[in-house]
Write a protein that binds this ligand. Structure first.
Ligand code: PMP
Length: 354
């Protein structure tokens, strides 16, 4: 750290993104990207937009907001596009938490929540998951803070039903409930249909997973017009041109090809069931996932060791060192071929080393 770093950030522990190593070609199953390219339309629209990069992008994101709102069945003043869903989440921490209104989230969930709370100097109230890694909804009733729930949760992959989330919303009428639906398209139930009933619900979604656009950085907040107005205040006070023109155009193209997205999600869900069954045959415990990843632990090998041995064989998975989950690895579900390569490597590792 330089001697110029502001004291307010001196003890900040930043989020650690999944590795993106360059030294060799890995089978990347560590950051929950899609194995499929963006739709042809997304590529075509982005290329066209590249021709006008001398101009600022549209700060109101008009065509993109309109296309996304239509897909969600809500009005345009109920959506806000951001630079990845990380940005809308950060905006929500900034807009809806303060010294008296802590951020409330699970002990095992998306690691960025703690970082967003810390960088904005906000108190966090952390609620442990149950022993089976599920969220007990009554723990969130009358939470006296802004609730952040990844649904399905990450890295566990376990989902709550829409009815369960609705109970949490009903029991927190004076606070915002943020439901992070980064993985919802792979088998979860979206809370978007609840938006016409509750003005304290904010749903966030991303184009990074089911829509194959992680590199374009595109996310959304969906909520009541008044919540969106607050989030826009934060956006226009930080980065009005937060979506670049190529991403905006690619997003519109991708939405025009929703059938392609849906087909890819079905393939991933099938491959997830295949991978789960095969891992279970090898003695793994696999948590019930509704996402494009599985969270699995071997009965024969410690999580960190399996991670390292797979890495030596050119396969990257995600290992978290925090105590409750260090036995597990989070494995992105890819193509059937990728899953077969992974299973072959795991078989070899367990045969040879155990
Ligand atoms: N929420 C969850 C639960 C995630 O796992 C991720 C991806 N790391 C995000 C949000 C943010 O994704 P992005 O910024 O790429 O939209």
């Amino acid at each position: 750290m330089s001697r110029f770093m502001s004291k307010k950030y001196a003890s900040l522990v930043p989020y650690t993104p999944g590795e993106q190593p360059k030294e060799r070609k890995y089978l990347k199953l560590n950051t929950n990207e899609s194995p499929f390219p963006p739709s042809e339309k997304a590529i075509e629209y982005a290329s066209e937009a590249a021709k006008s990069l001398q101009l600022y992008s549209d700060p109101e994101c008009t065509p993109l907001h309109s296309a996304f709102a239509k897909m969600c069945g809500v009005s345009e003043d109920m959506v806000l596009a951001t630079n990845g869903s990380d940005e809308i989440l950060n905006f929500a921490f900034m807009a809806f938490c303060d010294a008296e209104t802590p951020a409330v989230f699970a002990d095992i969930t998306y690691g960025f929540y703690k970082v967003f709370a810390d960088i904005n100097n906000l108190p966090s109230r952390i609620i442990p998951l149950g022993d089976d890694f599920t969220i007990k909804i009554t723990d969130y009733f009358d939470a006296k803070g802004t609730i952040f729930i990844a649904n399905p949760n990450a890295p566990t992959g376990i989902a709550l039903s829409r009815d369960e989330i609705e109970q949490i919303i009903i029991h927190n009428p004076e606070n915002v409930v943020v439901i992070d639906e980064a993985y919802v398209d792979f088998g979860g139930e979206s809370c978007i249909p609840l938006l016409n009933k509750y003005d304290n619900l904010l749903v966030t979604q991303t184009f990074s997973k089911s829509r194959s656009m992680a590199g374009a950085r595109l996310g959304f907040g969906i909520g009541s017009p008044s919540l969106m107005a607050d989030l826009k205040t934060v956006k226009y006070s930080t980065n009005p041109y937060n979506i670049n023109s190529m991403t905006m155009a690619a997003g519109v193209g991708q939405l025009l090809d929703d059938e392609y997205t849906r087909k890819n999600c079905l393939t991933i869900a099938e491959n997830r069931e295949f991978l789960t069954k095969e891992l279970e045959k090898l003695g793994f415990t696999v948590l019930p996932s509704k996402t494009n990843f599985v969270f699995a632990k071997s009965d024969k090998m410690e999580g960190g060791e399996l991670y390292r041995k797979l890495r030596e064989r050119g396969i990257l998975v995600r290992h978290f060192t925090s105590e409750r989950i260090s036995a597990f690895n989070r494995i992105t579900v890819g193509t059937r071929e990728q899953m077969e390569t992974l299973l072959l490597a795991i078989n070899e590792i367990l045969d040879k080393e155990v």
